[in-house]
Write a protein that binds this ligand. Structure first.
Ligand SMILES: Cc1ncc(COP(=O)(O)O)c(C=O)c1O
Length: 496
């Protein structure tokens, strides 16, 4: 087995989702009962729980098998619905071990080896980010990691916030691009900034933040008496996979003394790349960084890191001298009580599965796998261009990362005037084709609109380290979309 095929191609069932036996009615519509989430599911699993009735082992086994059977097999090689793909088997082994040990990462005494592992990984990844003497923490997902960034930025500027709250302060403002992830808005809400103080910055054709607009909006906010505090730049946006220009954004942040956070939840894995490492140029100038190895790299969910180059700030911001947990008179070095830096109390030892993956393969393997994923995504773009006359159309001309967005224009809609009505018909294609994919169980691909660009549904294909996709698989994906769209049109005799 070569390095690149170290995946788990045979993992899961051939058909990752149960095809629905219910046929279409004469109008080509599926009835509600035919939906695999409704009647059928209720029949196969009795969801009720009783006060006293317990099950036999064979009944329990039957239920577990049913749950597996009717769950989406995200580690199937044709699951491309999310920003994550197949799971790395070493990561899975790590998860099983840590789940079986049922450890919590608050103190060294209860998780000695895991505390050392977390500390080591954070040190190594900080080095890769260019954070000299950085610090960090594993968190339960990218949204929380981004929230850590905002909390830290606020604490650094206003340390009294920890005791006094935001009372008496003018409104504090964060800036993020219109292409960025919604977790920034949620963070603004949760941390008391208010969503109206999360200012959206416009983007260029590729989806990168406009630094001119950023500066204009900072000046505008200042003129209104609000206080600019934090800029979120993205390394790999959720839809278009865009990377903001960190050097230019950092120039603005330095000019106005703002905290620069990089949301690298998706594209942070480029840290390991050999060919595409320059996507993260300027990262070392940021104050903090979020990264989800559970996306491009195939670590089992959840695996997310928050890192900062501001040494000591994390424990200062988040620690409370809780003497029933973080006693200072312990017999060991209490700096390994990593829970003191966390907003959580009990915390999964997510560092272990990532460490096992990196240890088992060497982190260069992930660099090569991601370089390959980026290369093959470019081949996919070429194929889409070659099939232009067969109805495929790219949403933008150039993609920076492994998300490729495109439309399929069915035969009966080609070579027509592209009126508003025509567009609405086109935007119905992706959801309908996706429905058929799910019903037939052949493929699972995401779709979405981009409201801020006023464009409707298109397909989003995402390449990840696993599965390692071959050229012929790309043809399968495109042929399948073509087949399902045309078949659907034939079945209903016209899009309605
Ligand atoms: C760019 C980006 N940031 C943050 C997140 C949030 O990560 P999580 O789902 O782990 O909360 C996502 C999730 O898709 C994302 O794409």
């Amino acid at each position: 087995m070569s390095d690149c095929t170290h995946g788990i191609e045979d993992f899961g069932e051939k058909r990752y989702i149960q095809a629905n036996e219910k046929p279409m009615d004469e109008k080509g519509k599926y009835s509600k009962e035919g939906n695999c989430k409704s009647k059928q599911e209720k029949k196969i699993i009795d969801l009720t729980i009783d006060e006293n009735k317990s099950l036999t082992m064979s009944e329990i086994e039957k239920i577990c098998r049913q749950v597996i059977k009717y769950s989406v097999k995200t580690s199937h090689g044709r699951f491309h619905n999310q920003l994550f793909g197949q799971m790395d088997p070493y990561g899975l082994a790590g998860t099983w071990i840590s789940e079986a040990l049922n450890t919590s990462a608050y103190t060294f005494e209860v998780a000695p080896i895991f505390s050392l592992i977390e500390t080591e990984i954070i040190k190594r990844i900080c080095e890769l980010c260019g954070y000299v003497n950085g610090d960090g923490i594993f968190s339960p997902g990218g949204s929380i990691s981004n929230m850590y960034g905002l909390a830290l930025a606020r604490y650094k500027r206003f340390p009294n916030i920890k005791t006094d709250g935001m009372f008496g302060l003018p409104p504090l403002v964060l800036f993020t691009s219109e292409e960025s992830h919604y977790s920034l808005k949620k963070a603004a809400h949760w941390l008391g900034f208010g969503m109206d103080n999360c200012v959206e910055v416009t983007t260029n054709e590729r989806g990168q933040m406009s630094v001119e607009d950023l500066e204009d909006k900072i000046l505008q906010v200042k003129a209104e008496g609000r206080v600019p505090l934090f800029v979120n730049a993205t390394a790999g946006t959720t839809v278009l996979g865009a990377f903001d220009d960190f050097e230019k954004v950092a120039d603005i942040c330095e000019k106005y003394d703002l905290w620069l956070h990089v949301d690298g939840c998706l594209g942070g894995s480029a840290l390991f790349c050999y060919k595409y490492r320059q996507l993260l140029r300027g990262l070392h100038r940021s104050n903090s960084f979020s990264w989800n190895p559970h996306k491009s790299m195939g670590a089992p969910l959840q695996c997310s890191l928050f890192l900062t180059r501001e040494l000591e700030l994390l424990p200062k911001c988040n620690s409370l001298a809780v003497d029933y947990l973080f006693q200072q008179d312990k017999f060991y070095d209490v700096s390994y009580d990593t829970g003191n830096k966390s907003v959580q109390c009990g915390r999964k030892v997510d560092a272990f599965k990532l460490w096992l993956m990196l240890k088992a393969r060497g982190y260069g393997s992930y660099g090569r796998l991601l370089d390959y994923a980026l290369d093959i995504s470019k081949v996919f773009v070429d194929k889409l261009r070659q099939r232009e006359s067969r109805g495929f159309r790219l949403v933008i001309d150039e993609f920076q990362y492994t998300n490729i967005c495109f439309w399929y224009i069915p035969e009966h809609l080609r070579n027509l005037e592209e009126t508003e009505e025509w567009k609405q018909k086109l935007y119905e294609v992706a959801p309908k084709v996706k429905e058929l994919m799910i019903r037939e169980g052949t493929l699972m691909l995401g779709y979405c609109p981009l409201q801020y660009r006023n464009i409707g549904n298109f397909f989003r294909m995402v390449f990840t380290c696993f599965p390692v996709i071959t050229d012929s698989e790309l043809d399968f994906i495109l042929n399948e979309i073509e087949r399902l769209a045309e078949q659907w049109h034939k079945d209903i005799n016209g899009f309605v």
